[in-house]
Design a binder for this molecule. Sequence first.
Ligand SMILES: [Zn+2]
Length: 264
Amino acid sequence: MLKIHCLPAFTDNYIWLIETPNKQAWVVDPGCGQTVEKYLEDKPLTLVGILITHHHHDHTGGIAHLQQCYQNNLKVYGPSKDNIVGLTHPLTLEDHQSLQFNHDATLPDLPLITVISVPGHTKGHIVYVIDNHLFCGDTLFSGGCGRMFEGTPEQFNTSLQLLAELPDTTKVYCAHEYTLANLKFATTALPHNKDIEEYQHTCTELRHNNRATIPSTIGIEKRINPFLLCHLESTQNALSSHFNEIISDEVQSFTLMRQWKDSF
Ligand SMILES: [Zn+2]
């Protein structure tokens, strides 16, 4: 059984630490090396590797420091398309392709790992699915999605659809605590969605008690995340009246939702 630990970093980043049964550790998107180093200081855990989702500095900034701490012995996986300095195991995927590795248990204690290419936030963004844990960086957030810096709406929408196809019980470990801001937008854009309103109360309570709203699950996101509801007629009607525009398909719906959120 893997254990997942949450390491807050900077103002609202989460670095996820995966603890394996024989006390090895992997970190996902260590933007800050010192945060990971400090966390591991008095723990009986040995860091063996890093999983990177995309090239942004708040996800990759700690690679060099951690390699230094561990005599350059760390395995560093990440997308080859994003040109990240320090990868030891670049992963090459076509857009929206998925691949699996660790069939042969070269990474002892880790199960089969599925990697999915999800362009949109960056062109090379990938996510990792390990058991029922999804590490999705800045592609899917709870109640939202990342900004579209390098991809097209078609690409980003398809990427999100791929994640929505994962089992409902899949836990969603995104890299930022943006949930309340996302839900504020969601309740404005889709005011008649009772699930969103209810979830906003749950998350407000969690934050009030200084607790993370992450992980959520794919099942929750499919009910409350406006960017996963773009196919619905009710969503398209809401967008249509906000933009005074006729919505003809889901991609247009996604494009307008992203545009609305960007200026919210
Ligand atoms: Zn990013």
